[in-house]
Design a protein around this ligand. Structure first.
Ligand code: TYD
Ligand code: MG
Length: 472
């Protein structure tokens, strides 16, 4: 159902598709609901190619979209084993945590989308990275949001060496690429992709079609020239980067900047990475000298309260390659509503509902008439199932208004039949907790050492939810 599969042979006419801003799916005609992701009112008109741009892009575009426009020589097939390729060459960004998230440095010709809320520090991070890399990778910093003097002012306030960094205050993709061809940077930063627009489309800058097409131009340039490109993307209130998730398909890596507005810690997470592992975390602290790396972040996501509080449980999560101590907080309160609220911040809401059902069915503890709020401290998002057990312990602790014993950690997946399942890298997690002086750990049996101890920390192995509830 490719839209380009029926090329008009006569006078070229602009081709229109209706693109969902949630999932990026194309539709031939407008409809109220997206047929792919079932979101409502997300389709907007998108001129795929204007009459002028159509011809030039036809051959490349048709191949990309799976259709075949016009009578062009068929492409030549190559045996994959005969394709010459070089090891991807990586350049260190000069920021260890950023390198880590990128999978060991920036790959030449890679296009990296950096998303996050406004004000989280995307521009700061990229300016710092660009300045550090300038000696090896001459850069073009394109700013569509700030003036050149703002960018330069920030650079000098942060004490960054700005030799080798060219800046351009421009939003037209054509002009940006013209400058790129003239100055031959090895790295381009486009801050932000929402401000860019291309002359070949009539739509307004910031619209789905402009964002998509502008990004596509930059991606094409990156692939043709081997220039690395960072695209900065603001996040829509639904959480999708730049509205169209289709950007995520076009780029090589999607990094997401997270953090609580009140906290100075920022987490950079790889959501997609063609050149490295996903879910790798980089941790930064925002200070008056910009973003500082936190190479040893394990205990920064604890609330730091002196004595244990009801409704709080410390877990050891292992996001990426490092164990992190993270505090999960729960508040359980009798609800005035007939349909009590379940609110999860930093974890998945459906998972919380499921865990509460398991707690009722297999732990005999019902919260059907209670509002349940769960929050992961520090604005970090925990996606792994190892959070199940700590979430339930925190809920229970809040329900009973009794703190867990001091210096306890927990982790473990909770199954639908009330079993506690082991999680990967249990030993690492336990060691990390022991290093930080925790005294007891409640963990799945499969993760517990035979001796029942790690260092001086006592490890309590549990197989069923009921055992875990007894253990506290
Ligand atoms: P910025 O990088 O402009 O955010 P983004 O590009 O993601 O919108 O960061 C702006 C925020 O960072 C702003 O609220 C101020 C704060 N900040 C500091 O606290 N210290 C600094 O040295 C800098 C440069 C910014
Ligand atoms: Mg910015």
């Amino acid at each position: 159902m490719s839209i380009a599969s029926k090329p008009s042979k006569s006078a070229p006419k602009a081709k229109i598709a209706y693109v969902c801003s949630e999932c990026g799916a194309d539709h031939n005609k407008w409809q109220g609901q997206c047929a792919e992701c079932a979101a409502w009112n997300t389709l907007s008109e998108f001129v795929i190619e204007s009459a002028a741009a159509g011809k030039a892009a036809a051959s490349a575009g048709a191949a990309r979209r799976g259709g075949w426009a016009g009578k062009v020589d068929p492409p030549k097939v190559t045996a994959l084993k005969d394709v010459t390729h070089s090891e991807e060459s990586r350049v260190s960004t000069g920021i260890g945590e950023l390198d880590r998230v990128l999978g060991g440095g920036l790959v030449q010709g890679a296009v990296v989308l950096v998303g996050g809320d406004p004000g989280i520090g995307k521009s700061t991070l990229l300016l710092q990275a660009v300045a550090k890399m300038a000696a090896t990778l001459p850069a073009l910093y394109v700013t569509g949001e700030e003036s050149l003097s703002q960018v330069a002012g920030r650079g000098s306030r942060l004490g960054l060496p700005l030799d080798g960094v060219n800046a351009l205050a421009e939003t037209s993709v054509e002009k940006i690429l013209e400058q790129a061809v003239a100055t031959q940077p090895r790295l381009i930063v486009a801050d932000s992709i929402q401000t860019l627009w291309t002359e070949s489309l009539a739509a307004a800058p910031g619209s789905v079609s402009q964002v998509r097409e502008s990004a596509a131009r930059l991606v094409r340039y990156a692939k043709e020239t081997g220039t690395a490109v960072f695209l900065v993307g603001h996040v829509t209130k639904e959480g999708g980067i730049a509205g169209p998730r289709v950007l995520e398909h076009m780029v090589d890596a999607v990094l997401y900047f997270e953090g609580e507005s009140g906290s100075r810690f920022r987490v950079l997470r790889a959501f997609k990475n063609r050149f490295g592992a996903v879910n790798e975390l980089g941790v930064f602290a925002m200070g008056d000298k910009g973003l500082r790396e936190v190479p040893n972040p394990s205990a920064i996501f604890l609330s730091g309260s002196a004595s244990p509080q009801p409704g709080s449980c410390v877990m050891v999560t292992r996001e990426g390659t490092r164990p992190l101590l993270v505090e999960v907080q729960a508040l359980v309160d009798s609800s005035p509503l007939s349909n009590p609220r379940r609110v999860a911040v930093g974890m998945e809401g459906n998972r919380l509902a499921m865990l509460l059902a398991v707690l009722h069915r297999h732990g005999g503890i019902g919260v059907g008439d209670q509002d349940v709020f769960v929050n992961v401290v520090g604005g970090i998002r925990v996606q792994e199932t190892a959070a199940d057990l700590p979430v339930l312990l925190a809920v229970l602790s809040s329900l009973r208004d009794q703190p867990l014993a001091e210096q306890v950690i927990a982790f473990g997946e909770v199954g639908l039949s009330g079993e506690i399942r082991p999680v990967p890298n249990g030993e690492d997690r336990l060691k990390e907790a022991a290093t930080h002086g925790f005294k007891r750990a409640i963990v799945p049996k499969g993760n517990a050492p035979r001796s029942g101890k790690v260092g001086s920390m006592e490890v309590i192995a549990v197989e069923r939810l009921s055992e875990a509830l007894e253990a506290i």
